[in-house]
Write a protein that binds this ligand. Structure first.
Ligand code: MRU
Length: 339
C-alpha cells in the first residue's frame, strides 16, 4: 500500500522522504517552520499541492513558536513556481490575521492546515471524476513527472484521473516519462502506480514522440504548478515537448489541476517565475559524475505549455475548454461552473 505523503501527529508534521523512494520508506519529522522550509527546498516533499499543504502545517508550527510572519516569508522563499505554496500561505495568513488575538489561535491555525490537507484530497477526487469521463473504456495514456498522491495531500491530480477511471472499471495502460533530471516519473510515478496495481511502463522522456508514432495513445494527462489566466500552464520540464509531440500525433493533451493552481495575477505564461536548479542535477547521478566538472548547464525545473496545445484543463469544477481567457475569467468571477 502506498504510504501517506504527510501526516500531522503528536504536534509535528511527518513528511514521507520522497528522495529515498522507491528504495526506502522513511519519514522526516518537522517540528518548526524552518524544518518544513528545508524539506521543501531539498525536495523531501515536492509537487505543487503537497508543498502548499506542508507549508500550511509549517505555519501552524510557527504560530506555536510565535514567529508566524517571519516563517511566512521564509516558506514563501523556498520554491518559486508552484503557486499552491503562495495560495496556502495567503490562506493561513488570513486565518492568522482574523484570529491572532484569540487565545485559541494555535489550535485554529492547526485546524486550518488540517482543512487544507483534507480539502485537497476531496478536490483531487473531484478532478479524478471529471477527468475519467474523458478516457475511453480501454485506453493508453502518457503522463510526465509525478502528479499523484505523492505530489498532493492524497489521490493525485493527473494520477487521480487514472485512479478514478480504474475505479469506474476502465482498462488503462499508463506510460510514465522517467522525467529527467530528478526522475520523478521513474522513481515516484512508477512506484505509486505499481503500489496500486496499475499497468505502468516507464519510458525515457525522448521516447514519448516515437511511442505516439507507433502505438495508439488516447490521451496525455499531466499536472501543473501554475496556470495563467490565458490557459498557459507551467509544469515539470519536458511537459512542453510532450504537448508538441501530442499535437503532432493528434493526441489530446490535458492538464489536471485544482483551481488553487491558477494564478489570477498571471495573464500569460510569460508572467510565471521558473525555478532554475543546480547544474549538478544534470552533471551527476548520485555521486557519479556524467559530464566534465564545471561544464555549463542550463537546468530550468519547469517549462510553460502554451494554451493552444492544451485540449482541456481538468479541475474540481469541471473541464475548462478553450477559449481559456474567457472561460477561466468566468470561473473566477463565479459566473459559470463548467460542469
Ligand atoms: O519539482 P517537483 O517534483 O515539485 O515538480 C512537480 C511537478 O511538476 C508536478 O507535475 C506538479 O507539481 C503537479 S503535482 C499534482
Amino acid at each position: 500500500m502506498l504510504p501517506a505523503t504527510m501526516e500531522w501527529k503528536d504536534g509535528a508534521l511527518w513528511l514521507l522522504d520522497q528522495r529515498a523512494l522507491p528504495c526506502e520508506t522513511k519519514y522526516i519529522e518537522c517540528r518548526s517552520a524552518e524544518d518544513v522550509a528545508l524539506a521543501i527546498e531539498n525536495m523531501t516533499v515536492r509537487g505543487a499541492p503537497a508543498i502548499g499543504a506542508a507549508a500550511a502545517y509549517g505555519l501552524a508550527l510557527a504560530a506555536r513558536a510565535g514567529d508566524f510572519q517571519s516563517a511566512a516569508a521564509r516558506l514563501a522563499a523556498t520554491r518559486p513556481t508552484a503557486v499552491n505554496l503562495f495560495w496556502a500561505i495567503e490562506r493561513m495568513k488570513r486565518r492568522w490575521q482574523a484570529d491572532k488575538d484569540n487565545d485559541d489561535v494555535i489550535s485554529l491555525l492547526e485546524k486550518e492546515a488540517v482543512l487544507i490537507h483534507e480539502e485537497d484530497i476531496k478536490i483531487n477526487r473531484e478532478i479524478g471524476r471529471n477527468g475519467a469521463l474523458l478516457l475511453p473504456e480501454r485506453c493508453a495514456v502518457i503522463t510526465h513527472c509525478n502528479a499523484g498522491a505523492l505530489a498532493t495531500a492524497g489521490y493525485g491530480t493527473a494520477l487521480g484521473v487514472f485512479r478514478a477511471a480504474a475505479e469506474a472499471g476502465k482498462k488503462i495502460k499508463i506510460y510514465a516519462d522517467e522525467t529527467r533530471p530528478r526522475m520523478q516519473g521513474g522513481s515516484l510515478t512508477a512506484y505509486e502506480l505499481m503500489s496500486d496495481g496499475f499497468d505502468v511502463t516507464v519510458i525515457t522522456d525522448s521516447t514519448a514522440a516515437f511511442l505516439m508514432a507507433r502505438e495508439k495513445i488516447d490521451a496525455v494527462v499531466t499536472g501543473a504548478d501554475r496556470v495563467a489566466m490565458n490557459g498557459d500552464a507551467a509544469n515539470k520540464i519536458g511537459t512542453y515537448s510532450l504537448a508538441i509531440a501530442a499535437a503532432r500525433h493528434g493526441v489530446p493533451f490535458y492538464i489536471a489541476a485544482p483551481l488553487s493552481t491558477f494564478d489570477t495575477g498571471c495573464a500569460s505564461g510569460a508572467d510565471i517565475p521558473i525555478e532554475e536548479r543546480d547544474g549538478d542535477e544534470l552533471r551527476m547521478i548520485g555521486k557519479v559524475r556524467l559530464m566534465p566538472a564545471g561544464v555549463k548547464v542550463w537546468n530550468p525545473s519547469f517549462d510553460v505549455t502554451p494554451a493552444e496545445l492544451i485540449a482541456g484543463i481538468i479541475t474540481e469544477r469541471g473541464v475548462i475548454r478553450p477559449p481559456y481567457a474567457e472561460n477561466t475569467a468566468k470561473i473566477f468571477s463565479g459566473k459559470e461552473d463548467h460542469k
